[in-house]
Design a protein around this ligand. Sequence first.
Ligand code: NAP
Length: 464
Amino acid sequence: MPIATVNPATGETLETFDPLDQDAVELALAKAADAFRTYRTTGFEERAELLRRAAVLLDAERDRIARTVTTEMGKPLAQAEAEAAKSAKALRWYADHGAALIADEYPPDADVADSGAELAYVRYRPLGVVLAVMPWNFPLWQVVRFLAPALMAGNVALLKHASNVPRTSLALADLFHRAGAAEGCFQSLLVGSDVVPQLIQDPRVAAVTLTGSEGAGRSVGAAAGEALKKSVLELGGSDPFLVMPSADLPAAVSTAVRARIQNNGQSCIAAKRFIVHQDVYPRFASAFAEAMRALRLGDPMEPTTELGPLATRQGRDDLAELVSDALAHGATAETGGTHAALPSTGWYYPPTVLTDVTPEMRVHREETFGPVAVLYRVRDLDEAIGLANATPYGLSSNVWTNEPTERDRCLRELEAGGVFFNGMTASHPALPFGGVKHSGYGRELAGHGIREFCNVTTVWQGKS
Ligand code: NAP
């Protein structure tokens, strides 16, 4: 994939970048290894100050950076601004809480008395150079949610960002440079994904984190396994959105629309499969389809736009193929279903609601990365939970019910890294984020995220 800025709203190539050659990659690795030797000796306060200065710059330059994001991947400008603001908040959150999250831990004396130690405790030490392979869909947030805890823990970072967001990648590296990050602490490497295995194998790289597709996860996980290195994988999702009869239906409908079309429908935690109890299905289905139909699709720079283009032509074509396959096998498009009538410049796809979906259709099993919702009618909670779990993925889930017994069952039985009741899945710095099954392993954010890239060190000191 060429490294280039291509505006998804017009299809115009604005800038292309030569990938780094082997010498440049070698230099970056050497700089990172050098930087770690010094940076690991810094204290929490110094690291926190770096994150705070980066947050100040990100806030001050929000408009410019958000425009870069929208130009490269097409999300509505207001959502790009919100992403920048949320990223600054996460930088501050780790600056404020990071030290406490990985402070030395002392087990109760009574528990370790028979170990023979005068003093025994746990120290969270950094691992070293962490490689991050990141996606384009939240090009600021995905980077910050790995970078803030990594730096706070004393690691240094190499970023291989998605090939379609090079300007955003360079802007982030430049921002941290101006915030005072020492040379080599955080570098953006403009390289293709073919270089990733080599980076993982390199002895100077200690660990790798990937956010992206299932296929990329398999490659990175295999390379990390081969090299015996720690890895965290945040992969795809096909989150269910269950609606039971006791739900507040108007709230469920409006949240369902937001949960499906946020980020032009290209979010790993977007609700993708809507599983509705038969007693409320007719009302939910018609209100949902109507609200999806009414969405304003257009130029993502326009403040009134609710749905912009998909980020890449390939992404738009893949989505169109999934929908065509479903329609060819008997699904019904309650709205949308084809982009034939949309402007041919830019990679737009209309909001689409599919019903009559059956297991042999690809859309039943695969992730729909765009504004396409699949609607199912179910008899009862048993069938709802069965359908919710009938996916290779397990990122998050959403349940609308006011029945405590239904909540309890969903919490026990839904196979996902998150269960959100009467709301939509969202990430927050203080709450862990990640999935099970083919959605990956490991966690980001909160204390769990910062500890992923630490050497959890047992310190045992004998009696003198
Ligand atoms: P992708 O193709 O997997 O790309 C993500 C990153 O991985 C890019 O930097 C890409 O580089 C790199 N990459 C691709 N193939 C690779 C390989 N074989 N080896 C090493 N690196 C590789 O993902 P995408 O389609 O752009 O992004 C959408 C996917 O990410 C969806 O499945 C979505 O659900 C998932 N996602 C998950 C989360 C989460 O937190 N769980 C968050 C956001 C997105 P190039 O750009 O150079 O190909």
